[in-house]
Design a protein around this ligand. Sequence first.
Ligand code: GTP
Ligand code: MG
Length: 206
Amino acid sequence: MQRELLFKVLVIGDLGVGKTSIIKRYVHSIFSQHYRATIGVDFALKVIQWDHDTVVRLQLWDIAGQERYGNMTRVYYREAVGALVVFDCTRASTFDAVLKWKDDLDSKVTLNNGKPVPAVLLANKADQAASQHPRLDAFCRDNGFVGWFQTSAKENSNIEEAAHCLVENVLSNDESTPVEREPTTLVLSGYANATKEHLGCSSCPK
Ligand code: GTP
Ligand code: MG
């Protein structure tokens, strides 16, 4: 029998680093140069036939960069089991913000066993950087990221690999937990622009 796992994954990072573009590339195989800032949070669902008997449903929460200045992230982060933390490798300030996002994440959500949720670091817009980004292995080790990838939503590089790395880490946590995770959040299809009002049901505090 096939087992189906639903994982809530956050995509966070500063304004304009390419979070929405990465998700649209990953889920819908499209890319646009046009920038339209995300308001609040957007969703997408990626279904992966992980192995012969496992289907992984990744519920991707695309958090607006501007939300780091707001107070909704605690609500958005709830029950997440993994995160992609994105910066723009052409803008140093967005790399500086990576640790602020990581701290925000770790202070607001942990796994059931109290450990931090696995986070993968993405150096996006690799197609634009003049040279390769300096290696981030030591940075990841020191700051609790499970790995890092140079990605390009434009050229479709390394996004699948980064997601794969995250899922592997989520699964290894999941398999150490005896309870099967039930789908607890919204059932989503396609890419809907959801406002906080639409979210109202299961995610917002009463
Ligand atoms: P917020 O929703 O405001 O937090 O931004 P975001 O992180 O979702 O950024 P978004 O995906 O909207 O991308 C911002 C801009 O960067 C858009 O103009 C994209 O076309 C561009 N962009 C995103 N990824 C890449 C990439 O890999 N390479 C290049 N060259 N441009 C990219
Ligand atoms: Mg966006």
